[in-house]
Design a protein around this ligand. Structure first.
Ligand code: MN
Length: 450
């Protein structure tokens, strides 16, 4: 696990790129990696610094030679395959180049205004797995379905997950087309086909896999942290009406695989070193994890101090120049399993992870009603709609609604770092209006548990 705190994290360090100093997301202490195209150029690796992007392909000759081959690629998979030590060497170089004035003249030509660049998915994502480690979310959803036993017996033994769909992962900013499919309305004996009437978001972190493993060779828990290349924000858009009808017995399918939004930058494990914290202690009475999921070092520093926020902006709010409204203030502290435990479990049966695979944490809600990571929880399955400025209400998402996430790693004595935007707007579905929600009822949800 990359836990070394060094001069690259020094809060006193500043950059000659003026906009980096005091930047909420991309000060010199962050240096997140991504793929971008400058105006008129082709996709290439870059690092975000303030409101600029530095072209890594163009300056590859100034960076550790071992990385040269991977910096020519229009995807970061090859770079992610490198051991953490190589990524750390890249970080050391970049921190030096972007802080010391003597490099400014040589590098200026390779800096691009981020606002004029096009961002791309940072890697070719071969596989995407979504976990369910947010224990408050799992409990809240379980309470709606099974008030007596909100958590199923496996929850505290296994990091629960399902295999998602990598092909429909999109970058922040790409519109979400309202999905069409089957739902079962409580008053009808047969399913109805049409646009989803219960479109929701899920506030999650994404874990980028660095080094992979060979088939049949599990990643041991003590090694698993080293396979985390970095994190992003992730919105696991969910059609709750489809989910309720389809999810038994094999889990979510079309309710989740139509679109997943991620933030564009890989905030590296090295950048996050100061923001590692101890995993929350398990409540008394919870089972101890099986040995293959237990590592003292992981327990001591396997969690992240990251604040998360969700906002909504509707078409009407934008027309009236109303600022986005906050829906939730959450954090990454409610993960019942660490990223390392997710990786150790994923591979324990011999399954191979590959560089550039993406793991979702599952929805991250806090124990507070102000920290809920989905509308399903905020509106209690539509029973308590939220009121918005301008007089609108929402149980679930309407066309034109835009959901935005922000994430910021914070710790006393360190410069906070962020992820950049993770937002998208609901498009299409012209034959659908929020009025269609009026028939939604608790019974609709409860049939899930039958
Ligand atoms: Mn999810």
């Amino acid at each position: 696990m990359a836990l070394t705190i060094d001069e690259t994290h020094d809060p006193v360090r500043t950059s000659w790129v003026g906009s980096a100093n005091g930047h909420p997301d991309f000060p010199i202490q962050n240096l997140p990696l991504g793929i971008f195209s400058p105006a008129g150029g082709d996709p290439r690796p870059g690092v975000a610094i303030g409101d600029q992007i530095l072209d890594l392909r163009a300056i590859a000759h100034l960076l550790p030679a071992i990385l040269n081959g991977s910096l020519a690629s229009p995807a970061l998979n090859a770079l992610l395959q490198h051991p953490a030590a190589d990524r750390n060497a890249l970080r050391q170089s970049l921190s030096c180049l972007l802080s010391e004035r003597r490099y400014e003249a040589g590098l200026r030509a390779h800096l691009h205004d981020a606002g004029r660049c096009r961002l791309h998915l940072p890697a070719r994502i071969g596989d995407y797995t979504d976990f369910y480690v947010g224990i408050h979310h799992a409990t809240n959803i379980g309470m709606l379905l099974r008030p007596d036993t909100p958590l199923l017996p496996n929850y505290k033994w296994i990091p629960i997950g399902y295999h998602g769909r990598a092909s429909s992962i999109r970058l922040s900013g790409d519109a979400v087309t309202r999905p069409t499919g089957q739902r079962r309305d409580p008053e009808r004996p047969q399913p109805v086909f049409g646009p989803s009437t219960r479109l929701d978001f899920e506030l999650e972190l994404g874990v980028w896999v660095g080094e992979g493993n060979m088939p049949g060779q599990p990643i041991a828990i003590g090694e698993a942290g080293r396979h985390v290349a970095g994190l992003c924000l992730l919105n696991d858009w969910s059609a709750r009406d489809f989910q309720a009808w389809e999810y038994q017995p094999l889990g979510p399918f079309l309710s989740k695989n139509f679109h997943t939004t991620i933030s564009p930058w890989i905030v590296t494990a090295e950048a996050l070193a100061p923001f590692r914290v101890a995993q929350a202690e398990r409540p008394a009475g919870d089972p101890a994890p099986l040995p293959y999921l237990w590592d003292e070092a992981d327990q001591a520093s396997g969690a992240f101090a990251i604040d998360l926020e969700v906002t909504i902006s509707t078409r009407l709010m934008r027309e009236r120049d109303l600022a986005p409204q906050r829906l939730s203030l959450s954090d990454a502290g409610a993960m019942y399993w660490t990223a390392a435990q997710m990786i150790a479990h994923h591979t324990v049966n011999g399954c191979n992870l590959e560089s550039g695979d993406l793991l979702g944490t599952g929805t991250l809600s806090t124990s507070s009603p102000l920290g809920l990571g989905s509308l399903m929880e905020i509106t209690r399955a539509g029973q308590a709609p939220v009121e918005l400025p301008g007089g609108e209400v929402r149980s679930f998402l309407a066309d034109g609604d835009e959901i935005g996430f922000t994430g910021r790693a914070r710790r006393e004595g360190f410069v906070p770092i962020g992820f950049g935007p993770c937002r998208a707007r609901i498009a299409g579905g012209a034959d659908w209006t929020p009025g269609a929600l009026s028939g939604a009822s608790r019974a609709d949800l409860l049939q899930k548990s039958s």
